[in-house]
Write a protein that binds this ligand. Structure first.
Ligand code: UD1
Length: 420
């Protein structure tokens, strides 16, 4: 058992490099199942979730070799992968549900334990199931497994999603690329991570139109081939560094990052008073004065990302003025507010709104991270709190951020891992 111990007051300054996006690479690893042979993925972050996904693929019969230092993963997919993903792994990693689409498309059946993952409220699978059924699969649940089977082949069809779900769009996309005929996914999610998986599938031989739009048109093919693909940069890690720079009145250059994937968030930081310069391989964020409070409303991309909401609550908690933060995706994401209050923040929630009144100072305290982004928000708050903050359950943060504490320390923060 470990914890992060932070002594507040330091200013973040220097360069930090981000690797590929967790939310992309886990799905790219699932997509590898669609082709026999060895797929290589690059810019793979060295985080726990990647190891869980690697283990899941191994249990499906794949050979998976990770080289964390080179940030690569090689996945050797057999002619006939097995089709069962057990609860012991799925419960650790909700993204395991993303093997459902590729397995049913390629192997004819898939049995995936119903997932766990982040503790951020109920996350239904109804759109995954409805879409697979539209594609001709039979789906039912039994003994804690979601079981999908098909006849000879999945059949192209039109699918309207009630909501642009990231996971459902990915699963249905990975199923449709091997279906017979044309599939249209309307009201599809269009996060940069979805664009990334579309690019990888296209390189594998898939035919996809409308990439980056909310209508994906997929012409099924008989077979796909393995590829060598570089994962898109993690916009959420980059965004976390940007918020940290502003909160600590710092000067941080975030390398290998794509500012165009963070437009609203960076614009909010400029409204808060920061200076953001876009560079060839990233961007630089500087702040000189206490930030001004900024309202935030989370929405599917290109709206403001829910995965940066806790970090912006942390920012608003020390800003000048008051801000309204509206969470439209995961209702339970405000649970971490109780921990912010332990640090002296003035935050009140009502349903999916949080009213944050900025305070001149927070005061360090022991707090607990309930999920990846809540953990990141608490660490940022700890950086500006007076005295020491201990963040318990830091393994949540380690699931999404490679070497977070080490990078923070390099940028000047007083932070270490300590035994809990
Ligand atoms: C992904 C990200 C997560 C991010 C989220 C929204 C990964 C591993 N995780 O999660 O970090 O916060 O996108 O950007 O990529 N829903 C249903 N029925 C469904 C599917 C979803 O009701 O069949 C609901 C969920 O309960 C939730 C909302 O839709 O309220 C968004 O979910 P979704 O976009 O699917 O998020 P994830 O793919 O789970």
């Amino acid at each position: 058992m470990e914890a992060f111990r932070i002594t507040g007051g330091a200013r973040l300054a220097g360069d930090v490099r981000v690797t590929g996006a967790k939310n992309s690479v886990l799905k790219l690893m699932a997509a590898a199942l669609l082709a026999e042979g060895t797929t290589t993925l690059r810019e793979v972050p060295d985080i726990l979730d990647v190891e869980y996904m690697a283990e899941l693929l191994r249990r499906l019969g794949c050979g998976v070799e990770r080289d964390p230092q080179a940030h690569t993963v090689r996945i050797a997919v057999p002619a006939e992968p097995s089709h069962q993903a057990d609860y012991d792994l799925v419960r650790k990693l909700r993204a395991s549900i993303n093997v459902l689409g590729p397995l049913v498309a390629r192997c004819g059946q898939a049995e995936v334990a119903l997932p766990g993952g982040d503790n951020i409220g109920s996350r239904g699978l109804d759109m995954h199931v409805m879409g697979l059924e539209r594609l001709g699969a039979t789906v039912h649940s039994e003994h804690g497994f979601l079981i999908a089977t098909r006849g000879d082949r999945l059949q192209g069809t039109t699918i309207w999603l009630d909501f642009p779900s990231v996971g459902a769009t990915e699963n249905l996309l990975m199923a449709a690329v091997l279906a017979k005929g044309t599939t249209v996914i309307d009201n599809a999610a269009r996060e940069p991570e979805i664009v990334d998986i579309c690019r990888m599938l296209q390189a594998m031989g898939a035919r996809i139109d409308g990439v980056a739009s909310s209508t994906l048109e997929i012409e099924g093919v008989d077979e796909l081939r393995p590829v060598d693909h570089t994962t898109v940069a993690d916009r959420l890690v980059a965004g976390t560094w940007a918020v940290g720079a502003v909160m600590t009145l710092g000067d941080v250059t975030i390398r290998n990052a794509r500012a165009e994937h963070l437009e609203i968030a960076l614009d909010k930081l400029v409204t808060a008073g920061a200076v953001v310069d876009v560079l060839e391989d990233g961007f630089r964020v500087q702040a000189f004065d206490r930030p001004r409070a900024v309202d935030v409303v989370t929405l599917p991309y290109p709206g403001f990302p829910t995965d940066l909401q806790p970090q912006f609550i942390a920012l608003n908690s020390i800003a000048h003025g008051a801000a309204m933060v509206t969470e439209n995706l995961f209702e339970a994401r405000f649970r971490f507010v109780n921990e912010m209050v332990r640090l002296g923040a003035d935050v009140r929630t009502d349903g999916h709104h949080a009213m944050v009144r900025g305070r001149a100072r927070l005061s360090g305290a022991p707090v607990e991270a309930a999920d990846i982004r809540a953990g990141a928000g608490l660490v940022l708050a700890g950086l500006v709190a007076e005295g020491a903050t201990t963040v318990y359950e830091p393994h949540h943060v380690d699931r999404g951020y490679e070497g977070f504490v080490e990078d923070l320390a390099r940028l000047g923060a007083d932070v270490t891992r300590v035994p809990a």
